[in-house]
Write a protein that binds this ligand. Structure first.
Ligand SMILES: C[S@@+](CC[C@H](N)C(=O)[O-])C[C@H]1O[C@@H](n2cnc3c(N)ncnc32)[C@H](O)[C@@H]1O
Length: 240
């Protein structure tokens, strides 16, 4: 098989594993390549999706974030794996000083575009959460919306999130749980990329949990999230 053909196959598998495209009906999850793959095919897959004119997850913020805006205060906030910028722009519109990071250049470009259209500023940069420097005691809030990475990245990332929060800082997260796999309404299609309340309780243990719950809700957020979803939601605070 040619190198181009192998790369194409990897990209297609990354696509299926990450978002379940074309895998409605419960046959997702049979291919489990993504967690052990390099970030390269994953990045290429997201660059391809964000290269389209449309916003894959829409331009409105995530529902859980919108409903809990008041818990984040009015200081600085870092949005992880922020994609095309819908959440970062919403937070900037609401007076926070917003930075964001995403794996993709196309996502970051769309973030800047959306911010300009809305008349706000977001310090959006490209970076890999595997080694992105979050700083120490730096952020009044950190937001993680559908930031699904393999456990090899996620566990260390969450340790660094705890360090990076300022005293009293708040971490807000929504992610899909393993029960989402096979639903065909969005989200990763391998359990390894999903999260559970129990797992997050351990990974974020030094924080005080204000909300930590698994539930099913309608996730209608752009063409990428299209129906009933099984999610975990967290709001947690670092001690003063
Ligand atoms: C489902 S999208 C969510 C985007 C955004 N948070 C939202 O809610 O609209 C997942 C995002 O994770 C990003 N991502 C995946 N792995 C990453 C990594 N290792 N470092 C940074 N971003 C990553 C992708 O580029 C993609 O934008």
């Amino acid at each position: 098989m040619s190198v181009q053909c192998q790369e194409r196959r990897q990209r297609v598998k990354a696509h299926h594993a990450e978002e379940g495209k074309g895998r409605r009906g419960g046959n997702a999850g049979k291919e489990t390549l993504v967690p052990s793959m390099s970030q390269l095919p994953l990045r290429a897959m997201w660059e391809e999706r964000y290269g389209a004119e449309e916003f894959v997850f829409g331009t409105d913020p995530n529902d859980f974030l919108r409903a809990n805006l008041s818990t984040l205060g009015s200081g600085n906030v870092l949005c992880l794996a922020e994609g095309e910028g819908r959440n970062a722009v919403f937070l900037a519109e609401n007076g926070l000083s917003v930075s964001s990071v995403d794996l993709t250049e196309s996502g970051v470009a769309k973030t800047h575009r959306l911010a300009t259209e809305r008349g706000v500023v977001v310090d959006a940069v490209t970076g890999d959460l595997a080694d992105f420097d979050l700083g120490v005691a730096k952020w009044d809030a950190i937001v993680s919306i559908f930031a699904h990475t393999p456990p090899s990245i996620r566990i260390d990332l969450h340790r660094r999130v705890v360090d990076a929060l300022a005293p009293g800082g708040v971490f807000l997260l929504e992610a899909y749980t393993p029960a989402q796999v096979g639903r065909g309404t969005g989200g990763p299609q391998v359990p390894e990329l999903t999260m559970t309340a129990e797992g997050l309780r351990g990974e974020l243990a030094p924080l005080e949990f204000l909300t930590i719950q698994e539930l099913e809700r309608e996730v209608i957020e752009g063409p990428g999230h299209t129906g009933e979803g099984a999610v975990v939601q967290v709001i947690a605070r670092k001690a003063e």
